[in-house]
Design a protein around this ligand. Structure first.
Ligand code: ATP
Ligand code: MN
Length: 484
């Protein structure tokens, strides 16, 4: 079992017949028997298609072993690759010898040959990677992550690891997960003489009488949370190293049961110094098109599977986006197009509202017939750090919208003027002290800079056509569920 030099099934299927005997490990997906021959479909996760293994029952002493091989069993098959007479496969293995590495009792194995619902598979997330769909999702996910790094590395961006534990809510992005080592049942409190951990904690137990929790005695000496975005930290290094990107875990205590929200997800956030909104839009467009081209080129089999089984037409739709130049539209133009559309929307469009998915779909699918970048949103619906336009009403924000999905990227040129940024922080009632270091970036050698965020699971969902975001991450964390 030489691990590193072993050829995997994906490579075998792409190769021709072999004169030498080879050894192929894998898990049995199906087993079929005729009178004299046993057919096993072996899969090792390297490709959607498995390798057909043919065992001639006559004249071998494998018969007792074969009887014990069931769906899910781990085996190593040895034999020769021959040209396959069957349709849909190039080669098959004529098996001379077989080792049963791990048996799989059919009575209790939850994955049977029939199709299981995604809801059921979520309950056995530790085994669902063995199905065609989840194998394909994880391979596409892997391909996209590699493409993300490749895209930025080719352009001289530095991969930046931003903190997972932070002291502030970066942008009011959503509900936070608090991180603490205090005893949540009996925390130290301000204005209380009782030391933390005292058992005579009458004051602590009757919450009303007790003072506020003394976070000065928490692990970090202040209240801390899991990060909701690495952007502010990325800005600090972009204004030192010119161009950086983050690709890391992000947490939001989204207390809603949607098919688009996870509590733990991955986000990609590039940030560029000496770059205005135009440059930002160009990078975002190049990025999306690059990712789609890459996955269509590198995962044709898996993408065909999604097209056939999950979302018909998806390949053509993605190819369209990969090959189309994105149209630019200001928010004001977008609202006016929506108002004139004659469509009935659930949410009536009017200047000042945030665009809803139904609006974004109309703009991409009907109005523009392709991807759209909407810019210059009202400042009231965007984050405090976005650069104000001269009109005093809008900010240099840009959202990239694509057909079938709506928003895939949200970004902006950042406010680089100290006084304007301070004014925004004050206007929103945020604490200047929390943002002291962030304001420093405007105090010392400030430059126009821009960036955006792309939620990785939203991307994987878009590319695979999977309905539920919980089915594009190996072990989903969402409200009410952190199993596995
Ligand atoms: P939404 O309105 O869909 O909740 P948002 O406005 O909260 O999104 P941002 O704060 O702009 O999103 O976050 C940046 C990106 O992170 C989003 O475009 C999206 O791709 C992704 N994202 C946000 N929240 C989640 C989540 N709970 N699960 C997965 N991805 C998310
Ligand atoms: Mn949200």
């Amino acid at each position: 079992m030489n691990y590193l030099s072993r050829t995997r099934i994906a490579a075998l299927l792409a190769s021709g017949p072999s004169a030498e005997e080879i050894e192929v490990p894998g898990w049995v997906r199906t087993r079929r028997d005729s009178k004299n021959v046993c057919f096993l479909e072996l899969n090792d996760g390297s490709s959607l298609n498995g390798l057909q293994v043919i065992i001639n029952k006559e004249g071998t002493d494998l018969q007792p072993l074969i009887e014990r091989i069931q769906t899910g069993a781990a085996v190593i098959a040895r034999g020769h690759l021959v040209e396959s007479p069957g349709a849909g496969q190039s080669v098959e293995l004529v098996c001379r010898d077989l080792t049963l590495v791990g048996e799989c009792p059919a009575e209790s194995y939850p994955l049977q040959k029939k199709r299981h619902s995604f809801e059921f598979l979520r309950e056995i997330a530790h085994l669902r990677g063995r199905t065609n769909t989840f194998g394909a999702v994880m391979r596409v996910r892997n391909c996209l992550s590699r493409a993300v790094h490749q895209f930025y590395q080719e352009r001289g961006f530095l991969y930046l690891h931003t903190p997972i534990i932070t002291a502030g809510d970066a942008e009011g992005a959503g509900a936070l997960f608090q991180v603490t080592t205090l005893d949540v049942e009996n925390p130290p409190r301000l204005g209380s003489a009782t030391p933390a951990g005292a058992t005579s904690g009458d004051a602590a137990r009757s919450g009303a009488a007790a003072g506020p929790v003394d976070y000065g005695r928490d692990f970090f000496g202040s209240r801390t949370f899991l990060t909701v975005s690495g952007q502010l930290n990325a800005e600090a290094y972009a204004t030192a190293l010119d161009r950086v990107y983050t690709f890391g875990p992000t947490f939001r205590a989204e207390n809603s049961n949607t098919t688009r929200h996870l509590a733990e997800f991955w986000m990609i956030e590039p940030e560029m110094a000496f770059c205005d909104l135009e440059g930002n839009m160009e990078l975002a467009e190049q990025f999306v098109r690059y990712l789609l081209r890459d996955v269509l080129e590198k995962c044709p089999e898996d993408m065909t599977f999604f097209d056939k089984r999950i979302e018909p037409g998806i390949v053509e739709s993605l190819r369209g986006v990969a090959e189309t130049q994105f149209r630019h539209l200001s928010y004001t133009e977008a609202i006016s197009a929506l108002e004139k559309s004659g469509e009935t929307f659930e949410y009536a469009p009017s200047w000042g509202i945030d665009l809803q998915t139904e609006h974004e779909k109309y703009l991409t699918e009907k109005y523009a017939g392709g991807p759209v970048i909407v810019t210059d949103y009202p400042r009231e619906i965007k984050a405090f750090y976005m650069k104000h336009n001269e009109d005093g009403k809008t900010v240099r924000a840009m959202d990239v919208l694509v057909p079938r999905l709506g928003e895939i990227i949200g970004g902006s040129q950042r406010e680089d003027r100290l006084d304007a940024l301070e004014a925004s922080i004050d206007r929103l009632g945020l604490d200047r002290e929390t943002y002291r270091w962030y304001l420093d970036l405007r105090r010392f050698g400030s430059v126009p800079h821009s960036g955006f965020g792309l939620g990785f699971e939203r991307l994987v969902r878009y590319v695979t056509g999977m309905q539920n975001i919980r089915d594009v991450i190996p072990f989903p964390r969402a409200v009410g569920n952190a199993d596995f």
